[in-house]
Write a protein that binds this ligand. Structure first.
Ligand code: NAP
Length: 649
């Protein structure tokens, strides 16, 4: 009876279990994701003794670096500064900044892609667009980071400056516009030199004469640490490379095995490669036109040579701890770690150091002449600028070359690690379609390698590292930490719209994905419009990338036209834009009457601009437009998403 009774009314019925699990599930979900949905800090808990907050919209780390430099400078004027990621603050509380006496918000805002804000500034940008908050009493200044080779030069910086003023903010100093096509750092320094005197005047303060080369982080050496607690290259969670858990993103990259790595060119002394990353079981999704971000590792030989030159045991476990305990950023890179890991995974040791690095390191040069030269290069004097230009920039000296060529320079390695910028992920246009290759992502890239003025060999970090990731004879596959970044570079919604793709050199990459997708659409029985490719390379027998695949796509009618400009197979150069001009009537008809979508990928500085000009000429010559009308015509096509670019410089 008892048993029966118990069976009838169990302690927990299935409904109870369901409700209990639901509540437990919700609690676990809240616990796991609460941090992501709430800002880490809001302005109510803003460190009270700070009055200069420098927000950065940064994609590749430069804006963040500049923000740190400005925050550090503030000390020289008796102000307390801090750099801040807008993603970590509730920016809708910006108006409350005025509650902090003598405060100011500075914005270092980079423009990304086609005039877009960076990922970490997107939310702030959306807020500015939608808000009608009153920012009266909020003092601000903006420095924009952009590149003149792109259509929407510094769009984000300009918008931030304009919008904050419209909302009633008080502009302390004029908008600065940095141009990465000439010398971004020089633009920043020139702006900064006028900015601080303006700030002094505005707040009635004076320079204290205090040096801004003070340390931001202190060194902690871990002599007795469990190596399981030491970061080995992870971007976020410790041990995330051992136990991989989706979703994968910039803080949690997926370790994708390299399943194919083959040389694409038949001749010449360059190495162009096709790489396939296996994303099976990763739950990573992508669309043709997206970018794959890859975290490279610095050359182990260069890392070891830095250690040898500074006489340091690179395998020492250390942490760099922020001296400012209230600052959000506790460490400059994941800590605890070893110097070797920091120099291999986290720090950019391959590029030419910026002026502030030279300035801060100069104190460690024991030879007065070397010290003077370093200080001179960091200064804004015409002589210093010229020396920095020739000795660092033109001669392409990275930190190792500087240490080698200035024998009396002996900085403590921890200070060097504090000063070097973070090694950034590299973005490649995905060269495959997920409809055809749902489990792999293809990359097409050229290995960067050349000899510099000082006779050293410059090797691009990521491409040289990727080149060596070959499948071994026993089938072992190397892995690559990666994630996918969504883009706006998309095939037309209606497959029947014609597409005109222009991609010389490695600019062919996204079009391999597009063509595969058009082939797949055809197979699905869709009405697929004309698919036209303009590709360019040096010699037919040397670097005609994907020749077999492209000719096959043409043979089966997926590519309705394959135009190739072999630039060096004859005396006079032939480029893609020359072929465009040759087919001007057909092209104008496709664009003007048949709703064709145009795509350009590859070099921004010359090719993309020349192709643009060719289209203006076609509109003028065939369409009978004036030059102004032609410019306007293609501007409208861009706004409608019918002229898209995926270009780099
Ligand atoms: P590439 O093999 O150097 O060039 C492809 C073809 O384009 C060649 O036939 C070349 O002709 C031609 N070309 C040169 N100038 C042109 C112009 N103004 N208009 C049209 N065609 C032109 O291409 P790549 O190695 O793939 O590199 C393309 C560009 O992108 C290079 O400038 C490279 O530095 C840059 N790139 C940048 C990155 C990055 O991440 N920043 C990565 C890869 C490539 P000639 O050489 O005979 O003049």
């Amino acid at each position: 009876r008892r048993q029966l009774h118990e069976k009838k009314r169990p302690l927990l019925g299935s409904l109870d279990i369901f409700i209990f699990s639901l509540i437990a599930g919700l609690l676990i979900y809240w616990f796991l994701f609460r941090k992501k949905t709430e800002p880490v800090l809001d302005f109510k808990t803003f460190p009270a003794n700070r009055n200069v907050v420098v927000f950065y919209g940064s994609q590749t780390g430069t804006a963040e670096e500049f923000a740190n430099r400005l925050a550090k400078d503030a000390h020289r004027y008796g102000m307390k500064g801090m750099a801040a990621d807008p993603e970590e603050y509730d920016m809708s509380e910006l108006s409350r900044l005025k509650e902090i006496p003598n405060s100011m918000a500075v914005f270092c805002m980079a423009t990304y892609g086609e005039g877009d804000p960076t990922d970490n500034a997107q939310e702030f940008y959306d807020w500015m667009q939608g808000t009608d908050d009153d920012l009266e009493g909020v003092n601000f200044a903006v420095f924009g980071l952009g590149n003149k080779t792109y259509e929407h030069f510094n769009a984000t910086g300009k918008y931030t400056d304009k919008r904050l003023a419209e909302l009633g903010g008080k502009r302390v100093f004029d908008l600065g516009l940095g141009d990465d096509d000439s010398n971004l750092e020089e633009d920043f320094i020139s702006w900064k030199e006028q900015f601080w005197p303006a700030v002094c005047e505005f707040f009635g303060v004076e320079a204290t004469g205090e040096d801004s080369s003070i340390r931001q982080f202190e060194l902690v050496v871990h002599n007795d640490i469990n190596m399981n607690q030491v970061y080995t290259g992870e971007m976020g969670r410790l041990k995330s490379f051992q136990t991989q858990k989706p979703p994968f993103d910039s803080k949690n990259p997926f370790l994708a095995p390299v399943s194919v790595n083959r040389k694409l060119n038949k001749g010449g002394n360059r190495h162009l490669m096709h790489i396939e990353l296996d994303i099976m079981d990763s739950k990573i999704r992508y669309d043709a036109g997206d970018h794959v971000a890859v975290y490279p590792i610095n050359d182990a030989v260069v890392v070891s040579r830095i250690g040898e030159r500074l006489g340091v045991d690179l395998d020492t476990a250390i942490s760099l701890k922020n001296l400012d305990e209230e600052c959000n950023k506790k460490h400059p890179f994941p800590c605890p770690t070893t110097y070797r890991t920091a120099l291999s995974h986290y720090l950019d040791i391959n590029n030419k150091p910026r002026k502030n690095v030279l300035y801060d390191l100069a104190q460690y040069a024991s030879d007065p002449q070397e010290q003077e030269n370093m200080r001179k290069m960091a200064s804004a004097s015409p002589e210093g600028k010229a020396l920095y230009q020739s000795w660092v920039l033109d001669s392409e000296r990275n930190i190792l070359a500087i240490l080698e060529d200035l024998p009396s320079l002996n900085p403590p390695i921890d200070h060097l690690c504090e000063l070097l910028p973070r090694l950034q992920a590299r973005y490649y246009s995905i060269a495959s379609s997920s409809k055809v290759h749902p489990n792999s992502i293809h990359i097409c890239a050229v290995v960067i390698e050349y000899t510099t003025e000082t006779g050293r060999v410059y090797k691009g970090v990521a491409t040289n590292w990727l080149k060596n990731k070959e499948v071994t004879e026993n089938g072992h596959k190397h892995t690559v930490p990666m994630y996918v970044r969504r883009s706006q570079f998309r095939l037309p919604f209606k497959p029947s719209n014609p597409v005109i793709m222009i991609g010389p050199g490695t600019g062919i990459a996204p079009f391999m994905g597009f063509i595969q997708e058009r082939a797949w659409q055809k197979e699905q029985g869709k009405d697929v419009g004309e698919t036209i490719l303009y590709f360019g390379c040096r010699h037919k027998n040397e670097d005609f990338l994907y020749q077999q695949e492209l000719e096959e796509f043409e043979r089966v009618g997926v590519l309705t036209q394959l135009n190739i400009a072999f630039s060096r197979d004859q005396e006079r150069k032939i480029y893609v834009q020359h072929l465009l001009k040759k087919n001007k009537e057909q092209l104008w008809k496709l664009i003007h009457s048949n709703n064709a979508h145009i795509y350009v990928c590859g070099d921004a500085r010359n090719m993309a601009r020349d192709v643009h000009t060719a289209f203006y000429e076609i509109a003028e010559e065939v369409g009978g437009l004036t030059h102004t009308q032609a410019v306007d015509y293609f501007k409208k096509l861009m706004t409608k998403g019918r002229y898209s670019q995926d270009v780099w410089s």
